[in-house]
Design a protein around this ligand. Sequence first.
Ligand code: ZN
Length: 156
Amino acid sequence: MLQITSEVAATIAHHAEVTYPDECVGLLIGRLDGAAKIVLFAYPVENRWAGQVQLAENDDPESQRDRFYLDPRDYLRADREARARDLEIVGCYHSHPDHPAIPSERDRVGSQAVGGGTSFAFAIQSVQAGKAAGLTSWLLVEEGTRFAAEDVVVSP
Ligand SMILES: [Zn+2]
């Protein structure tokens, strides 16, 4: 279960809208509480897709419409800031411009590079015609062979 504050939800939605029609990407910072992840901050980072990672043969390396690249340097920077507050990175998010908030095969391959534990959340914010739509969250299961949906709860 992914529990986010309404402020975190608004930050992700806004980030997804301003980067539209490109994908946005960011990290989720908070703490683990049993099986639940309590997200206290969304940490937007730049989508550093620049063709340096080709995940499929027919990729257009210039497009940021349907892919994201989470730079390990950004991850480390977020991790330092989280630890300084006694928190940790509990997941990441990216947007799906004009697509439903369902992970793609490319997401699955790409998320194995992001790492994180078995409870690491992969949240997806759908953006339809520039307006934020649904937010979902997914866990990589069965040794990274598929995604399973988890509940997203927004607290006030
Ligand atoms: Zn995706």
